[in-house]
Design a protein around this ligand. Sequence first.
Ligand code: DGL
Length: 274
Amino acid sequence: MNMAEKQELSIGIFDSGVGGLTVMKQLMNHLPHERLIYFGDTARMPYGEKSQNTIIRYAIDNAIFLMEQNIKLLVVACNTASAFAKEKLKRIFKIPIVDVIEPGAEKAIQVTRNGRIAVLGTKGTILSGAYQTEIQKKSSGCAVFSVACPLLASLIEEKFIQHPATRLIVKEYLTPFLDKGIDTVLLGCTHYPLIKHLIQEEWGPNVTVVDSASTCAEKVASILQEKEELSKASFLPEYKFFVSDDPKKFRSIGEEFLGSSIQEVLQASASLSH
Ligand code: DGL
């Protein structure tokens, strides 16, 4: 394949479900000429409660499905999959792989003034210690407070964005950390950008709430630029959406996450082992 052909290949993105659309949204903003193929493993979500071995197996299946679509770069938009499977995926697949842990950690380090950072995520992401390891590898003096928030992703998928129940659960999870002198809160889960306002309100105005999505998109842009693989197309790109369960449900909640309309969602069960 020559360079011009390579430039016009798609970027593949996978997540356990709809959440990764928050990352796709940033890719659409930062790289408006790139073709994007999204895969949401809706049949096997949530990932946040599952073991590392299971997540590695799912992540490999998802990556194979996207590799079969002939992609030039893979984005692991799911925090839990990034935390548990990023090393394994990078060893197996030969194309560039961008996960959300490194960009999120970089963003939090950039923003913090006092080095006291809270990371919010699923049980799996928090248990893996991946954000803590990455932050302390890059900035050893930082204190990282890890907060597992297992109920939040389900509430957000129920569209309980302004709901008092979500506010109450946010309060329950965050209260033990409010007096720790934290100045930066990293949203280490695909879903949490949708309730950023609730987290900000709970923590108050002196805390900066950040997420991985836009730093992840910047990283993708800089890798493609360096490899001279940015698309040269001038027309609006094609976006494809695949899921492993019912496409209808994905479409209605997905538009909320993506912030724009989704024309068609296809079911892609063939290459996935359940
Ligand atoms: N996408 C997952 C993450 O970012 C959240 C949803 C799930 O547990 O599958 O960790």
